[in-house]
Design a protein around this ligand. Structure first.
Ligand SMILES: Nc1ncnc2c1ncn2[C@@H]1O[C@H](COP(=O)(O)OP(=O)(O)OP(=O)(O)O)[C@@H](O)[C@H]1O
Ligand SMILES: [Mg+2]
Length: 476
């Protein structure tokens, strides 16, 4: 993670869009709290005034009755699962993918395709859109089947082949059961594919994770399956955000997969603005998005490698914050709050998923760093870790394992470790914490593993201590 900037990043040049400017000429959006009715309760806002819902059921009913002032309809429009009808700045990639897969509509077999690009660059969305368009041409596409799988959710080559085969099972008895040998599963999958026949377009999203986890043997099987199929033909579309992943592949697999490849470049801030504006137009009522909101979301996400997912998440969260404030418009301040919140969620999630000893180590580092307010040396950190582990009843790991964990925490962006020379004493590493201590410590202390050695919680303290402090800066 980059060092915490003092201010929000410089915003990319704004493209004026009157639709989203706060426009005084636009009739005020209906009053959320008409005269004589009390506002819906705010969480944590003290005792509810008379007349406001007091039970969970009344509270939920009142929420459901309250029509959103900001959203046109469903918030789904801003979620990942939604496939927008237009994908600005991906027209060229949509055309390329369509051109490569279009031969299937004419009954020919398309080339295999590999798509590369960093996270949130629209790879999945582009393929999903082309798939939708191909399948919409029902007359021409009746012999085409798509199987789209995310390899991140598939543990082994066995379950991959089983899942592909079972997609074509028409009833329970045809399904490939668990327990067969790998060879038998392969045979079962081929039979099921042949029963279906036609052109099968197999989209393996996050294919690099499959290879990292279990090597390339399953890709070898899949890439030469057409020699064994009788009536069906298969095309492989691999999607990866590791640009170098094909280096790990056997030369034959590499050349079969690489018949066509497309690179998705990251979005810049101005392109992200266009993407957000298009979505905002679909998601929000007119005039509710203040100037600067889209620009700020885009600027923050551009710093995060041009990730459109991050940009959309910021916009959605900013809108939800505005709703919670009962605001009639989304303002740049809501974006700052959303950014802080998102950052915090990421840190909390990151801490939550660390292995136990790594959590204890991180807590030891935070404690030492908080005391010293300065870099701490690895030897000192190791001693604190050992003491903490013993207090928690854990057998401390050796210094070498802890040194590996220091590197892991560094690669996660939670700390920075620099080599320092200590004269005759040799070299050691000095650790600097790269996340806000005031939020990371409570996040760890929420963990049942760390809780017994955590600081006592002041009454009413919650994890989101800086939630309403837009001035807080962090490593976003
Ligand atoms: N050009 C675009 N126009 C509109 N929305 C977009 C565009 N590009 C990406 N998005 C949206 O951004 C989010 C992330 O896109 P997508 O899932 O396609 O990224 P990805 O490249 O597959 O990322 P990852 O490598 O993390 O899987 C989705 O909600 C998607 O709809
Ligand atoms: Mg994806």
């Amino acid at each position: 993670m980059p060092p915490a900037p003092e201010d929000p990043p410089a915003e990319a040049p704004a493209r004026p869009d009157p639709t989203y400017a706060a426009n005084p000429a636009v009739a005020p959006v209906g009053d959320r709290h008409p005269a004589g009715t009390a506002p819906p309760p705010t969480l944590g806002s003290g005792p509810a005034p008379a007349g406001t819902p007091s039970s969970a059921s009344e509270f939920l009913d009142s929420l459901l009755q309250t029509k959103s002032e900001l959203f046109r309809g469903s918030k789904e429009v801003l979620r990942d699962s939604y496939i927008p009808s237009r994908l600005p700045h991906r027209e060229q990639q949509v055309r390329q993918v369509a051109e490569i897969l279009a031969p299937a509509l004419r009954g020919d077999i398309p080339s295999n395709l590999l798509i590369y690009g960093k996270i949130g660059t629209g790879k999945t969305a582009v393929v999903a859109q082309v798939r939708q368009e191909i399948l919409r041409r029902t007359e021409l596409a009746s012999h085409i089947s798509f199987v789209s799988l995310n390899c991140g959710n598939i543990d082994t080559p066995y379950s991959l082949l089983q899942t592909i085969g079972n997609t074509f099972a028409r009833h329970e008895a045809e399904r490939i059961p668990t327990g067969w040998s790998l060879d038998r599963v392969q045979g079962g999958m081929r039979r099921l594919m042949d029963t279906k026949g036609g052109t099968i377009i197999l989209v393996l999203d996050e294919i690099d994770r499959l290879v990292a986890r279990s090597g390339d043997s399953v890709l070898y099987t899949l890439s030469q399956i057409n020699t064994e199929l009788e009536t069906a033909r298969m095309v492989l579309v691999g999607i990866s955000n590791d640009l170098k992943f094909t280096n790990q592949l056997d030369a034959r697999v590499r050349s079969r997969l690489n018949e066509e490849k497309i690179l998705f470049p990251p979005y810049d801030a101005v392109q992200l603005q266009d993407i957000l504006r298009e979505r905002a137009r679909e998601a929000f009522k007119e005039g509710v998005v203040d100037p600067g909101v889209v620009e700020r979301c885009a600027a923050y996400a551009a710093l995060e490698n041009g990730d459109a997912r991050r940009a959309l998440a910021l916009l959605r969260l900013a809108a939800e914050m505005a709703e919670r404030d009962h605001a009639k418009r989304i303002t740049p301040d809501h974006v700052v709050k959303a950014k802080n919140r998102l950052e915090q969620d990421i840190i909390v999630e990151c801490c939550r998923t660390l292995p136990p000893h790594c959590k204890v180590l991180l807590y030891a580092i935070l404690q030492s760093y908080e005391r010293r307010r300065n870099g701490v040396l690895t030897g000192e950190v190791y001693e604190s870790y050992k003491r903490l582990a013993e207090r928690l009843g854990l057998q401390p790991l050796h210094a070498r394992s802890i040194s590996n964990y220091v590197s892991e925490l560094e690669s996660l962006g939670l700390i920075r470790a620099t080599i320092v020379s200590r004269g005759r004493g040799g070299r050691t590493r000095e650790i600097i914490v790269d996340v806000p201590i005031s939020e990371t410590m409570p996040a760890l202390e929420e963990d049942p593993l760390i809780a017994p050695v955590g600081r006592p919680k002041p009454r009413g303290q919650t994890l989101l201590t800086n939630f309403d402090n837009p001035g807080r800066t962090g490593p976003f």
